[in-house]
Design a protein around this ligand. Structure first.
Ligand SMILES: C[S@@+](CC[C@H](N)C(=O)[O-])C[C@H]1O[C@@H](n2cnc3c(N)ncnc32)[C@H](O)[C@@H]1O
Length: 324
């Protein structure tokens, strides 16, 4: 980012944002001109890009990389998700863009060709199917899909070799994504975020108030950029909060895993953290006391806890926790 936003640009960004808030984004295809897409691309989409960075960093740390050489970006918008994926995995040779907005697809195509001239870019057919070796990428689309479009996307997803899917970290969107996981679980192995491929424990009746989500940090370069503070101020939102939900799956089998993952926001209270632990046996609320598990306590406080731990618990209290 460089100089500040003009009043007109702020008005455009407000218009884009209110579409996402008032539900008039339902059905997609709302992009009115290239300026909207360009402004979206350097602001809201860039924030989405930071969430993708966090997901891709985690996958690299797990030594996971897609085997596919083709990306299919469903609901591509300005194309931030496929650009992040192509950047992370240089083996990608082809990107197929799909969106109900032809304007969005053209914008995403131009951006992809500029940033990655060696990658072949094309537009999806109106009723697409996925050839083998395709990585399906979906980003921030679920809450715009009417039931019929959702059902079509699920058919498409079932044809993918691999799936990377990132949604907002809201209760509604995350739980929808958990539903996607459940629908596809029989055909795919779960790479992340779950430490297991069993049923999703968050969907158990007793966990209705919870949702599977994570946070990434606001990048330091953005923290020093006056345009981001102007944007947050003018739009009246905390752009530094970056909650997300995600799903990484592959058709190929994975070796069995176990362990626990702490999801959501650990809450600190008088010398302990209340955490939500996801394990193969389900999702449950546990307490991590400083005196029992000092290392875990420290990393929860610093928000640097690892994606997987082997834990033991007794009477709702974690007694041991070893990073996996
Ligand atoms: C919030 S934007 C997200 C764009 C991009 N994936 C990102 O992460 O920045 C949602 C996009 O999904 C598209 N969309 C909504 N419904 C769709 C559908 N049924 N088929 C294809 N694209 C759809 C919209 O046109 C819009 O470009």
């Amino acid at each position: 980012m460089s100089t500040g936003f003009s009043n007109r640009e702020i008005a455009v960004l407000n218009r884009i944002r209110s579409r996402f808030l008032d539900g008039s984004n339902a059905g997609g295809g709302y992009w009115q001109n290239d300026e909207e897409l360009a402004l979206y691309d350097t602001t809201f989409a860039e924030r989405i890009g930071w969430k993708w960075d966090a997901v891709l960093r985690e996958l690299v740390a797990r030594s996971w990389a897609p085997r596919s050489t083709r990306v299919f970006d469903f609901g591509c918008g300005s194309g931030v998700a496929s650009r992040r994926v192509v950047e992370a995995y240089p083996g990608m040779r082809e990107v197929v863009l799909a969106d109900v907005s032809a304007r969005a697809m053209s914008f995403a195509e131009r951006r992809m060709r500029t940033d990655f001239p060696a990658v072949t870019v094309s537009f999806a057919e109106s009723t697409p199917s996925l050839p083998p070796d395709t990585l399906l990428v979906v980003s921030h689309v679920l809450n715009e899909l009417p039931a019929e479009a959702h059902a079509r996307l699920m058919i498409l997803a079932s044809q993918a070799s691999e799936i990377l899917w990132v949604e907002a970290g809201t209760h509604a969107d995350s739980r929808m994504l958990s539903g996607v996981r459940e629908a596809l679980r029989g055909q795919f192995s779960i790479v992340a975020p779950c430490p297991h491929s069993e049923a999703c424990g968050i969907l158990a009746l007793e966990n209705e108030r919870h949702w599977c989500h994570f946070f990434t940090s606001f990048p330091s370069h953005a923290a020093q950029d006056a345009r981001w503070s102007q944007l947050g101020r003018e739009l009246g939102i905390d752009l530094r909060a970056l909650p997300y939900s995600f799903l990484a799956m592959q058709k190929a089998e994975l070796p069995p895993r176990d362990g626990a993952r702490f999801i959501g926001t650990p809450v600190e209270k008088n010398g302990h953290f209340e955490v939500l632990a996801c394990e193969a046996c389900g999702v449950c609320e546990l307490c991590a006391q400083k005196r029992d598990v000092p290392e875990l306590f420290k990393s929860l406080r610093k928000r640097t806890h690892a994606p997987a731990y082997r834990i033991a618990s007794e009477g709702g209290k974690i007694t041991t926790a070893a990073e996996l």
